[in-house]
Structures are given as structure tokens and as C-alpha cells.
Design a protein around this ligand. Sequence first.
Ligand code: CP
Length: 345
Amino acid sequence: MDSTEGVTDRDASSSPSPGDGLAPDRSSVWTRRHLLGLEELSRDEIVQILDAAEGFSEVSRRSVKKVPALRGKVIVNLFFEASTRTRVSFELAGARLSADVVNFAGATSSTLKGETLIDTARNIEAMGVDIVVIRHSCAGAALQLSRVLDASVVNAGDGAHEHPTQALLDIFTIRRHLGRVEGLKVALVGDVGHSRVARSNIWGLQKLGAEVWAVGPPTLVPRGLAKLGVRVSHALDEILPEIDCFNMLRIQRERQESGLFPTTREYARLFGLNKERMRRVKPDALILHPGPINRGVELSADVADGPQSVILDQVANGLAVRMAVLFLVGTGGAKPEIAAPGGAR
Ligand code: CP
């Protein structure tokens, strides 16, 4: 994709600043109308989103969890695939920014009567929508909408292509816990080849200077990844002691049906994180999972719920990251009014 994809001539303003989220950072501007993927973003743009999310995460700790940053704007969440975390997170993020938020479920829409995705989106846009958040099973669905809509488009997962806000919240969580991303060894374990979470993580982590490992059976880890600078391993046990963060990707059971690995039991034996393997990882290594977890497959229950797991932190951080993304694409990065209403904290 062209690196200028999604850039508009909008009158760019300063973004929210690192840390407190109140003082403007005059050194950076946000110029993109859409968030389609991390492949097209620069390192500075990714850092800008993460820093804006730091400011918005403070809002979630207040007793009144609402700021007027997107008051008067309308957001539609178009979800054509199942989702728990991403859909609820975008819905709450829009509400906390004071936007009007409408949730649209593809399964009960007129697409069942043959309406195309583009016609559906255009009809919804005609009702005065400012931001469209889309999840769809087709890679490129968000890009397609960005080409025909005046509204901003945010990709909430398109086929096996990208899931940019998931990778941003993964990276945000790593940066929060370990204080940096540069120089860390981050392993993406499992079905790397079919994972939009993995693709977005690879782009984002590499741009921020992490060493990315792809770990899994040869059938699930494409050989071409080495050309992108990704380190490849087919033996989790060999690399356990040197990895700083394990991002355990969900195993999609249909991959087993198509013969890409023998059984989930065999997969868990070779690539699952369990108590025994945890004895060999660094004491401060982080365990991440995008969800939904197959307990007993990617992670044993004691690891999923254990002291090194940051899985629920990921979910909490996702809200701040999505507030930052909606705010940046919805306003061009103008300084947000996020002072607590009436001094409430
Ligand atoms: N991680 C993620 O995308 O989860 P959901 O499918 O529940 O949104």
C-alpha cells in the first residue's frame, strides 16, 4: 500500500502529549484521516498514538469517565464478524469521548438480502456519520471503504491482513510494563501465518526497534518472514530463556481440520505455555494473548491467570488506545478537552 494512503490535507493540529494528556506536544502533528494498518504508519505516528493513549488512560481512572473530545461526532461500529473485546472497547471508547455511538451487527443487516458492503456503508454514512469502525472477514475491506467514504475509517480487523488497534494495545502494554520496546525480544507464538494480530505486531514492533520472533510449527510460520527481518523458531523450548514478551496467538481450530497441525493436544505439548515452561522464562517476562484464549492449548489456566500474565491489562489498555485512535482520526489531533468535568476525579 502507498505510504501516503489515508493522508488528507486536513488542517493538522498538535496531538495530546505523553503522560498527563493535557499539555500539547507541539513537535508532532496527526495528518491521517484513517487508521487502516500499522504497515503504513511511521514510528513517530505509532509513538504519537501510544502517547495519546497514556493521556486517555487517566480518564478511565476517574469517577466520571467521560471527556467532551468528540462531542457532536457520530461513530458507527460495523462488525461483520464475531467480537467481544474489540467491539465493546470501541463502543466504550466512543462513549467516553462523548460521541454518539451506533453498533451495527452484520448478521442482522440488509447484507443478508444481498446489499454490498459499500452500499451498506454509503447508506449509513448518509445519516451523518463521522467515523466508521469496521471488522470484516475480507482483507482490504477497511481500505475499500476508505476509498469511497468521506468519513474516517478505522480497521478493527480485516481478514488475515491487519488488526492495528490490537497490536497498538499489545505494544502499549509492553511499554507500560517494561518501560520500553526498543531492544526487547518479542515472540509471536502459534498461527503466525494466518494471524492479522501477528502481522500488525510485526510492523509495529519492528518500527519501534524490537526484535520479533515467530515461533510455531513450520506449517503455521511462513518461511518468507525471515526476509522481513523476523527471527523464526520451530522450537519454543530452545528460546524460552531469552524472550522478554510472549504473545500467544489464538489457535484457530479450523487449521487443525485443514491438516496444518495434528491435534490441539500435540500443539499444546510443543507450543503451549505451562507451569513447567514458565520455570525457564525470565522472571519479568510478560505473557500476552489477544483473546479469546483456548485454555489448555496456547496457555494452561495457571499461566493465563498467573503473575506474569498481562492479558487483562491488555484489555483495559485497549480502551485508552482506541480512545486515542478515535480522537486522532476524528479531530486531526487537536488538543483534547480532557480536564475532569467539575473537577471530578
Ligand atoms: N482480540 C480480539 O480481536 O478479540 P475479539 O475478537 O473478541 O474482538
